[in-house]
Ligand binder design. Sequence first.
Ligand SMILES: CN1c2c(nc(N)[nH]c2=O)NC[C@@H]1CNc1ccc(C(=O)N[C@@H](CCC(=O)N[C@@H](CCC(=O)N[C@@H](CCC(=O)O)C(=O)O)C(=O)O)C(=O)O)cc1
Ligand code: HCS
Ligand code: ZN
Length: 764
Amino acid sequence: MQRLSIVSYPRIGAQRELKRWVEDYFNRKTTKDDLLSRSAELKKLQWAFQAEKGIDFIPSNDFSLYDGFLDTAFLLNVIPDSYRTLNLNELDTYFAMARGYQDERRDVKALAMRKWFNTNYHYMVPVIDDNTEFKLNSSKPFDEYSEALELGIRTKPVIIGPFTFLKLSKVTASNKTYFDCGADILKVYKQILGKFNAMQVEWIQIDEPALVTDLDKQDIEFFISLYQELLSSKEALKVLLQTYFGDIRDVYEKVISLRIDALGLDFIEGEKNLELIKKYGFPKDVILFAGVVNGKNIWRNSYEKTIGILNSLAASIDKERIVLNTSCSLLHVPYTVKNEINMDEKFKKHFAFAEEKLDELVELGELFNDASYEQNKKYIQNVSLIKEKAEDTAYIDLQIRQRIANLKESDFSRSNRFEERTGLQKERLKLPVLPTTTIGSFPQTAEIKEIRKQYKNKSLSFEQYNDKIKEKIAQIIRLQEEIGLDVLVHGEFERNDMVEYFGENLSGFLFTEKAWVQSYGTRCVKPPIIWGDIKRTKPITVEYIAYAQSLTSKPVKGMLTGPVTILNWSFPREDISLREMAFQIALAIKEEVTDLENRGIRIIQIDEAALREKLPLRRQDWNSHYLDWAIKAFRLVHSGVKHYTQIHTHMCYSEFEDIIKEIDDMDADVISFEAARSDLSIIDVLKRNNFRTEVGPGVYDIHSPRVPSKEEIRQAIIKMVGKLDKNKLWINPDCGLKTRGMEETVQSLKNMVAAVEELRNNPV
Ligand SMILES: CN1c2c(nc(N)[nH]c2=O)NC[C@@H]1CNc1ccc(C(=O)N[C@@H](CCC(=O)N[C@@H](CCC(=O)N[C@@H](CCC(=O)O)C(=O)O)C(=O)O)C(=O)O)cc1
Ligand SMILES: N[C@@H](CCS)C(=O)O
Ligand SMILES: [Zn+2]
């Protein structure tokens, strides 16, 4: 029988149980013991489920109360003194690193958060400083192995590898780069392997996704020296080196010469992996974990295609040395299609979430071993299902496709140059220097969620629901005026999530009820599914924003999500190009922009929070595979506005330096960036690159409940003013305020406005 594996399993719980338990712990509604014992039950349930399905290599230590990368930092004792000296218990120290910590005496910020490669998952960035002492600091991976063993399940513990850990951490230690940490970190990894060996663990999976990125000679040498050393002392424990999110073209030849027992390769996103095996061969004594079931998208696997790949692999590798695997962790897909009780079967049958992907692995294992698989009923049914979707013309909109085909260069440009527009906009808006604003959303309080829930379950009519949302808008406009902000927002109360909401209101999308995916910590999203061609059938936000503007003489920013972000945070189709989908969405959002402008909205923000996210991991693909159409899609949305309408955009959680010129080329008038958690390092990037667009680098972090003081914000602004033209600076938080409580939000914004007022009156 073909052996089956998965890289990692989702952990938030099919009903997001873990989210609620952890949040209850944050809110002191539950104890540490309760949290840990409930989590232990969830883990057991999931291991048992995978075992029942017939998975041979079941992962452990893929569970996390907040983030797996943070767990690794904790495991390796990479805990900065600022958290250690809080003298909290282990769990609270861990959560302090994730969320910051504040009490009457102490005030520590959270670690920075970054996008996990090209996904909408975010990891906490460990800091390696002068005081870091690498040592084994936690028993979590060993405990989890033992917990599963109690059920009679011998799992495959998963840990992030030393190369990826160091490459993704921030090294602030003086005169050190990540290369200098190799020897110290290796000692701990050797200990980990030794301990697993002593526990008679058969397999360990070491994740090294950083191998799929561009690596230079030094990186490669460093990686090889790490692994030669680590594997030199290896005993009976078998090592699976797992890669995902791409191919390992820079190191393949060297990797296959290492003393590994198995290599995990991604055959979904790793476009060159098959070619590499053909060209350089595959060692006879190594097992291939072939990532053939997509861990990122939710469409049913095409068995025809997959068996094709497996057969090509079997030409170079003995079948029994091929283990069928997912392409990456299943963290990036929801739990099960079964929970979509209201979705029509005609759609549902085309989807495979995590649970269904386990079934696909089982079926593929059977077919790969069946010499006459083409006559196998499972194969025939699958081929016909895939064909049915491919041939379904009901969701093709020829008019939209024609509009895209007819686009001209001039459709991507505003008629006035940036320099011509900016003065006219300033004259019209009459804003003070260092204008204050927010990014759009205000707290999604229990009350708001309750209103939406009642509307969903029909205890409120649309009119009643609409009145309540408008009441909230009126309250938030009054509140912003009281606080003294200069540019107001309507608060986004009508939105469950910025992308899901637009998905629900555009034709061509399907949305789900329970298809949650973890985005960071306890926060989850429900990505809509792009099923057919996309268009706007009715105005979406216009009434709410026009209503907000009618209540105040201050400008209200119209608030939209941009085409690249809607696309990147959805599950895309696989039958048309990303470019085509982005342009379809762009045309829809463009109509919304036009309507807002016609209703007198003077500033329109088009969020592109996820623009950097899907930038290809290989630099050579940046333009041809992505930027060439992504920047154009954004420009298409706003190219038709009058010169006096000010266009804003917003981006969060990413490194922007390498695409800063392309961001300027989006031709927005103003952009707000996430900046506070990364110590405003964006400012230097903007300065170095002579950034033209006006900017609002976030002056405080909104992902943590801590309230920034007026002085802290004043210092952040002073830092900004010292390096950038103050006439081009905006003052705002890092991102939307939807995750925050009302009280902390009001206090933080008051501090922000007070800091600006002080600087306006007493410039430094
Ligand atoms: C800016 N970010 C976003 C990303 N991706 C997106 N798609 N959207 C984003 O805004 N990626 C990067 C960041 C990530 N940031 C966040 C921030 C906050 C959240 C978050 O708070 N998520 C909520 C879910 C929000 C939501 O849809 N709420 C619904 C209610 C849903 C619900 O709880 N339903 C219940 C049933 C109803 C009930 O009984 O109460 C259920 O299904 O159990 C709403 O407001 O109506 C979260 O809970 O995690 C995410 C990403
Ligand atoms: N306008 C959105 C952007 C989030 S990235 C918000 O404020 O929530
Ligand atoms: Zn944001």
